[in-house]
Write a protein that binds this ligand. Structure first.
Ligand code: C2E
Ligand code: MG
Ligand code: MG
Ligand code: MG
Length: 282
């Protein structure tokens, strides 16, 4: 009987596997058309400092008419594998710069935008020109553009990335290390690479302030950043407890569902304008 159950389970697992494999193929095939069929949309998640929105992180969304909404954790790795990350990444960059310029013209010239960049884009050749073109086309000042590079990708080949990063800095854009603390970071490289910001990965926030070890690590990252004169963003702030705890550790920028979820540009506009009006009053 146990054997039978085991068999049934196995068959079930197999069935599920081939189905999810099929689904994967279906998604991959559709990804080729996502851009031209205008199924991609950029959402923006506010990053706050002292309760005020300082910048917005561009987060890609894919809405497929039959497959539904597919998350970037699923399709970005596929896009990287298929070489589609170059056209898709290029589109996100242009779209984010264009949107920010709109917000600047609309009354919030202080805002910055953060765009996630895959190391494949960085190393693909021509990336500096792509960024320069997106800036020129939109008229967005380079200092208002921040590029986010994931720690694990960056540290896999810091020397290979360094040259492009220096060229990007020369353009005037700033560079952040995303998902900081999840990979292996060489502190020597961190000092040598032209990086302005660390974004502490959201997985750390899950356990603060309850877990003493995680709390200790977060404290250490923040003091390291201070020594290296790097700005810090805490990602994944969901509760007031987490917010109060990290704010006690220094002058940080905060991002998380507890502050604001990623949202379409049009939905954010009243909020952004509300803060602009508030500022002119004081
Ligand atoms: P990321 O750059 O680390 O972005 C932050 C992710 O954390 C986003 O997930 C965001 O929705 C989520 N998040 C924000 N606040 C909270 C919170 O309080 N709790 C939790 N648990 N999560 C929170 P999302 O939008 O699903 O994006 C996932 C990843 O996909 C991004 O991680 C980024 O690495 C990648 N990605 C998104 N858009 C792009 C893009 O245009 N280009 C590239 N290359 N990668 C992108
Ligand atoms: Mg990011
Ligand atoms: Mg992150
Ligand atoms: Mg991430």
């Amino acid at each position: 009987r146990a054997k039978q159950d085991g068999k049934r389970q196995y068959r079930f697992a197999l069935g599920q596997d081939s189905e999810s494999g099929l689904q994967q193929l279906r998604i991959e095939a559709q990804l080729w058309h996502a851009l031209e069929r205008q199924q991609l949309q950029v959402y923006y998640q506010p990053v706050l400092r002292h309760g005020r929105i300082e910048s917005l992180e561009a987060l890609l969304r894919w809405f497929h008419p039959e497959l539904g909404s597919i998350g970037p954790d699923v399709f970005i790795p596929m896009a990287e594998q298929q070489g589609l990350i170059l056209p898709i990444g290029d589109w996100v960059l242009r779209e984010a710069c264009r949107q920010l310029k709109q917000w600047h013209l609309g009354g919030r010239p202080d805002l910055c935008v953060a765009v996630n960049v895959s190391v494949r884009q960085l190393r693909g050749g021509g990336f500096v020109q792509t960024v320069a073109a997106a800036l020129a086309e939109s008229g967005l000042p380079p200092a208002k553009l921040e590029l986010e590079l994931t720690e694990s990708w960056l540290m896999a080949d810091p020397a290979g990335c360094a040259e492009v990063m220096h060229a990007l800095r020369a353009l005037g854009v700033s560079i952040s290390v995303d998902d900081f603390g999840t990979g292996y970071s060489s502190l020597a490289y961190l000092k040598r690479l032209p990086v302005q910001r660390l974004k502490i990965d959201h997985t750390f926030m899950r356990d603060v302030p309850a877990d003493p070890q995680t709390t200790c690590i977060v404290r250490a990252i923040i003091s390291l950043a201070r020594e290296l004169q790097l700005d810090v963003v805490c990602e994944g702030i969901e509760t007031p407890e987490q917010q109060n705890f990290v704010l006690g550790l220094g002058d940080l920028a905060l991002q998380g569902f507890g502050l604001h979820r990623p949202a379409p540009a049009a939905e954010l506009w009243p909020l952004l304008m509300g803060q602009a009006a508030f500022r002119t009053e004081d």
